[in-house]
Structures are given as structure tokens and as C-alpha cells.
Design a protein around this ligand. Structure first.
Ligand code: HEC
Ligand code: HEC
Ligand code: HEC
Ligand code: HEC
Ligand code: HEC
Length: 449
């Protein structure tokens, strides 16, 4: 008996020491994780093919190969001399390729030009999100991970199920995965030195009506974005029906399987990679995000009020990279003789938005009131004209005085992910054209009497 006990103790000690050594060996010299600990998405696809196919051409999957991202990232780096600005311009991989960053290549934006390991190129992927255990901070990606030890020993995959069972990997329920915070720590971007809030999608949601104290009424990021599929935009103004199905070919049917399309306003970048459905899905989302109305009670004083309500987005409209995104009003008002009375928001022959347009966006400044395009130099927010969730903003149009019997009002709320002017300077004139999407349109006749 005694020797069995002794043997067990020895085995136990050997086990503890070897596990410890294995863990030590799994970190590379620089304190990063070893690349071999992560499993590439194609392996997950073996059983989770449906989810893989949804994710494959998402902005998450394309985060490092997205041509707009690549051009912008190298443009930001050019000609910088101030240390703090360089630190910001070098900070991109942490979110755009989190596994690359954690495993040591690329840690800096300038290293993205090197030959990168296959897995690092695959952006925000399965084994990053599903090895996540929590996040310390609400910004700049502070996700902690506990990956396994590679393909043969993939470790624990964390997710929404309490009774999940896979022969390949261990499974665990994770509250973190059911909360907005797992998205929010990346969807809140701050300048690494100046602290300027460059993107605040999570904060906007946190302070907004969708973050209800009543868990039954709360709608998380996942509650809209991971319910969407073709034909079901799943916004705040549409139904968000459950998506029954199975998580893999080998598992039981469940009430709801979270979709992994991750569609926002940008279907165009995925379409450059031959994605067939995201243009339509982004359009369905955008067309169910806002409502337009007019108030003509002041028309005798030649005043017309336009109301725009953010009825469908869980955050400001627009959100994210709002110094780049364009959401604007195209207004055309004609009188009973079809003469143009008022016009704004048109694009010129280059596709550039004309002077005087009402546009919803953010402008960053250099700390002395001068606007900057390169966010590495952003020390302040000069202006932020956007629409909070479920809120309405109003614009008053002053018409020229005259004798009108009636006027015809045509208003469009338009959206474009990237301005044509920026595309022309980054990619070459007219080379790439993002589509302009009509989110809402209103036609009304206003009678003078
Ligand atoms: C950006 C992070 C992220 C990425 C990338 C991601 N997932 Fe998920 N996944 C989630 C979250 C979050 C949930 C649960 C949502 C909830 O409970 O609200 C989930 C749910 C799941 C589930 C449970 C079934 C379901 O869909 O509801 C499986 C299985 C899964 N993911 C597999 C994958 C695979 C395979 C990939 C890669 C092809 C992948 N995930 C990529 C975040 C991610
Ligand atoms: C050999 C098949 C197989 C492979 C390969 C596989 N899974 Fe799974 N996985 C399953 C099965 C089966 C389930 C159980 C589904 C259920 O319970 O509905 C599951 C469940 C999950 C869950 C849900 C866990 C929970 O408790 O909510 C996640 C997340 C997940 N897998 C992620 C991954 C990721 C990431 C990979 C790649 C690293 C992967 N899986 C590879 C078969 C597999
Ligand atoms: C590791 C950081 C990270 C995490 C975690 C993350 N995202 Fe993202 N997300 C990004 C980046 C980076 C992009 C833009 C990629 C690009 O440049 O193409 C993006 C893009 C998106 C888009 C597409 C935006 C558009 O313009 O169309 C949506 C929608 C989105 N994420 C939703 C989510 C949701 C929902 C979650 C949580 C389940 C989440 N993200 C978690 C970093 C992250
Ligand atoms: C009530 C539904 C709803 C919720 C909740 C929600 N979103 Fe959205 N989201 C939308 C709609 C609608 C759009 C399209 C309009 C737009 O682009 O802003 C969108 C767009 C986006 C975009 C693309 C923005 C752009 O124009 O480039 C990102 C990124 C995004 N959401 C991330 C998130 C994250 C992260 C959360 C949680 C913190 C979240 N969303 C919560 C409905 C929602
Ligand atoms: C803290 C996480 C984080 C960091 C760091 C980060 N990004 Fe992003 N990036 C995001 C998220 C989230 C989105 C999606 C927002 C949206 O769709 O509006 C995004 C989207 C983008 C896009 C839009 C892509 C497109 O096709 O529309 C560009 C360009 C971009 N980032 C450039 C950069 C550059 C350059 C850096 C480094 C200077 C950087 N990002 C650092 C999180 C991050």
C-alpha cells in the first residue's frame, strides 16, 4: 500500500513539474505566446463549417488583408517624427491581428510588411475569441486568453452553452461571451498616448437605452449583430428572430445559433474578396437604422425642419471610424413650377460631397484646433455631429422667400463607408468606388395656404 501511495506522489510531482515546464516552454522568449498553441480556423471548419463560412469573408476575417486598412496603416506611418505619434501609428496589429500580436509577429504596424505566419494573416479568428477568458479594460483590446496547445491538444473552447460536448475540445460556458464587453474592448479605440477617444462604439452602447438594467430588455452587440442573416437585418427597429439550428454537423438542434457574419455598414470590402452576400446584408442593416420626417409648421416663415431618428443602431449613427464614414442628407426642394428652391448634399462628377452638406461625423484636431486626418496626431475631438441611439436630431432649412403654391421636398439619408476623396488619394484616382447607400428617402408635397 505504502509504495503505491509513494508512486502516486512521485507521479503527481513529475506531472506538476512537467506541466509547469510545458507552460514555460509555451511562451516565446519575448514573453509572447507561442504560435503553435493556436489552432487555425480551417481546423474548426472541419466540424463548424456553417459558422466558418459565415465568418470567412467578415471584416473580422479580413481585418489584416483589407486593402483600405493596409493603405491607411502605411499612410499613417509616413513622415512621422514625434515619438508619441509613432507609437500610435505602430499600434494597429493588437486589434487587426490579435493572434499575430500575441505570438510576436507582427507586433508593430511596420512589421506587417514582413512575411507573416499563415495564422496571423487570418485576422480576428475563432481560436482568439473562443480562448478568451475576460478583459480588464473597456478599450484597446485587453482580452486575456487561455489557448490550448495546438491542433492535437486544443484545450477549452468557451462559448454560450452550458451543456456543450465535443470529442475534439473541452467546452466551457463563459458569461463573458454573452456580454457586450467581449466586443467592446476592441470597439473602443483610444490613442495609446494622448488617450483621445478614436472609436467609442462600446461606450455609446453602454450609456444608451439598449443597455437596460432589466436583463430581459437588454440588447447586447451580439443581440443584433449575431442574429443577422440574409432577410433578417436584426436591428433595433426590426424583429430579431432566433436562428434555430446546430452548432456543428454532429451536435443537437438548439433554439438559437449565433450567426458569425459580423456585418456593419461595410459590405464593399468583403465584396472585393468575392463575398456574395454582405453588400446586401449591409444594405439591409443600413436601411433599417434610421427614420426621416419633416415638420412644415414654420413654412410661412420659410422654415422647414428635418428630423432624423436613430431607430435601429445600438450605438451612435454612424459609429466606429466616424472620422472616415460619411452619412449625409441630400436635399432637393422644387416649387410648383419645378424650379429648384433649395438643394444640398449632392456629389460632384468626382463623387465628392459638395460644400455646405449636412454631414454626420467626427473631426479630430491637433490640440490647437487644426483638423487632422492622421489619427496618430489626434489630441482632441473638434466636432462630433452624430445621432445617439433612439434619439432624434433636427436640421432647420431656411428657404429663400418667394411666392410658392406648394413645394416638393425630396430628402435622402445617404451612407458611404469611405469618402471618394480619401480613396482617390490612397488608391489612385477613380480606382476604387464605394457604393453610396440610400438609408432612407422621403418625398412630400408641402402646400402653402
Ligand atoms: C469576434 C469574436 C468571435 C469570432 C472571431 C468567432 N466567434 Fe464564435 N462566438 C462568439 C461569441 C461572442 C459567441 C456567443 C454569443 C453570445 O452568447 O451572445 C459565439 C458562439 C459560437 C459557437 C456556439 C454556437 C453558436 O454559434 O451560437 C460556436 C460553435 C462558435 N462560436 C464557433 C466559432 C468558430 C468555428 C469561429 C471561426 C470560424 C468563430 N466562432 C469565430 C465570438 C466569436
Ligand atoms: C471534431 C469536431 C470539432 C472541431 C474540429 C471543433 N469543434 Fe467546436 N464543437 C464541436 C461540437 C460537437 C460542439 C458541441 C456543440 C453543441 O453542444 O451544440 C462544439 C462546441 C463548440 C463551442 C461551444 C462551447 C460552449 O460551451 O458554448 C465553441 C465555442 C467551439 N466549439 C469552438 C471551436 C473552435 C474555436 C474550434 C477550432 C479551434 C472548434 N470548435 C473545433 C465539435 C468540434
Ligand atoms: C480583437 C478585436 C475585436 C473584437 C474582440 C471584436 N471586433 Fe469587431 N472588428 C474589429 C476590427 C479591427 C474590425 C474592422 C476590420 C477591418 O479593418 O476590416 C471589426 C469589424 C466589425 C464589424 C464590421 C464593421 C463594418 O464597418 O461593417 C462588426 C459589425 C463588428 N466588428 C462587430 C463585432 C461584434 C458584435 C463583436 C463581439 C462579438 C466584435 N466585433 C468583436 C475588432 C474586433
Ligand atoms: C439594436 C441593434 C444594435 C446593437 C445592440 C448594436 N448594433 Fe452595431 N449596428 C447596428 C446597425 C443598425 C448598424 C448599421 C448602421 C451603422 O453603420 O451605424 C450597426 C453598425 C455597426 C458597425 C459598423 C459601423 C460603421 O458604420 O462603420 C459596427 C462596427 C458595430 N455596429 C458594432 C457594434 C458593437 C461593438 C455593438 C455593441 C457595443 C453594437 N454594434 C450593438 C445595430 C446594432
Ligand atoms: C483597439 C482596437 C483597434 C486598434 C488598435 C486599431 N483599430 Fe482599426 N478598427 C478597429 C475597429 C473595431 C474597426 C471597425 C470600426 C468600424 O467599422 O467603423 C476598425 C476599422 C478600421 C478601418 C476601416 C476599414 C474599412 O475597410 O472600412 C481602418 C482603415 C482602420 N481600422 C485602421 C487602423 C489603423 C491604421 C490602426 C493603427 C494606427 C488601427 N486601425 C488600430 C479597431 C482597432
Amino acid at each position: 500500500m505504502k509504495s503505491v501511495k509513494k508512486n502516486r506522489t512521485v507521479i503527481f510531482i513529475v506531472y506538476v513539474i512537467s506541466s509547469f515546464l510545458l507552460i514555460i516552454a509555451s511562451y516565446s522568449k519575448s514573453g509572447h505566446y507561442q504560435l503553435s498553441r493556436f489552432v487555425k480556423p480551417e481546423i474548426c471548419s472541419g466540424c463548424h463549417e456553417g459558422i466558418y463560412n459565415q465568418w470567412r469573408y467578415s471584416m473580422h476575417s479580413l481585418a489584416l488583408v483589407d486593402p483600405v486598412y493596409k493603405k491607411v496603416a502605411s499612410y499613417f506611418l509616413k513622415g512621422l517624427t514625434v515619438k508619441d505619434e509613432i507609437l500610435e501609428a505602430e499600434s494597429c496589429p493588437k486589434c487587426h491581428t490579435p493572434i499575430g500580436y500575441m505570438t510576436g509577429l507582427p507586433v508593430k504596424t511596420s512589421e506587417e510588411k514582413q512575411k507573416l505566419p499563415d495564422i496571423a494573416v487570418k485576422g480576428i479568428q475563432c481560436d482568439f475569441c473562443h480562448s478568451a477568458t475576460g478583459a480588464e479594460r473597456n478599450y484597446n483590446n485587453s482580452i486575456a486568453v487561455e489557448p490550448g496547445f495546438g491542433e492535437d491538444n486544443p484545450g477549452t473552447k468557451r462559448g454560450p452553452f452550458k451543456d456543450s460536448d465535443s470529442e475534439y475540445h473541452d467546452s466551457a460556458y463563459s458569461k463573458f461571451h454573452t456580454e457586450s464587453k467581449i466586443c467592446g474592448t476592441c470597439h473602443n479605440v483610444r490613442h495609446v498616448v494622448y488617450g483621445t477617444k478614436l472609436e467609442s462604439t462600446y461606450d455609446e452602447w453602454l450609456k444608451g437605452p439598449y443597455n437596460s438594467d432589466d436583463p430581459k430588455k437588454r440588447i447586447t452587440c451580439q443581440g443584433c449583430h449575431m442574429y443577422q442573416r440574409l432577410g433578417y437585418p436584426a436591428t433595433g427597429s426590426t424583429e430579431r428572430p432566433k436562428n434555430p439550428g446546430s452548432a456543428s454537423d454532429f451536435s443537437k438542434k438548439r433554439e438559437h445559433i449565433f450567426t458569425h457574419y459580423f456585418v456593419g455598414g461595410n459590405g464593399f470590402v468583403p465584396s472585393l474578396f468575392n463575398d456574395k452576400i454582405r453588400l446586401k446584408m449591409a444594405e439591409e442593416r443600413l436601411k433599417n437604422a434610421a427614420e426621416l420626417s419633416i415638420d412644415a409648421s414654420g413654412i410661412k416663415d420659410y422654415k422647414l425642419v428635418i428630423n432624423i431618428k436613430n431607430s435601429g443602431a445600438g450605438h451612435y449613427l454612424p459609429t466606429g471610424l466616424t472620422n472616415v464614414r460619411q452619412m449625409w442628407l441630400e436635399i432637393s426642394i422644387t416649387d410648383h413650377k419645378r424650379r429648384v428652391v433649395y438643394r444640398s448634399g449632392r456629389t460632384d462628377k468626382n463623387g465628392y460631397i459638395t460644400e455646405g452638406t449636412i454631414i454626420y461625423n467626427t473631426v479630430f484636431g491637433d490640440g490647437k484646433g487644426k483638423p487632422v486626418v492622421n489619427i496618430s496626431k489626434a489630441r482632441e475631438i473638434l466636432s462630433d455631429k452624430r445621432i445617439p441611439p433612439m434619439k432624434t436630431v433636427s436640421e432647420t432649412i431656411k428657404l429663400p422667400s418667394g411666392r410658392y403654391r406648394y413645394i416638393n421636398v425630396n430628402i435622402k439619408l445617404l451612407y458611404r463607408s469611405v469618402p471618394q476623396r480619401s480613396l482617390d488619394s490612397l488608391m489612385g484616382r477613380g480606382k476604387v468606388k464605394f457604393p453610396v447607400i440610400t438609408m432612407e428617402e422621403l418625398n412630400k408635397k408641402v402646400i402653402w395656404n
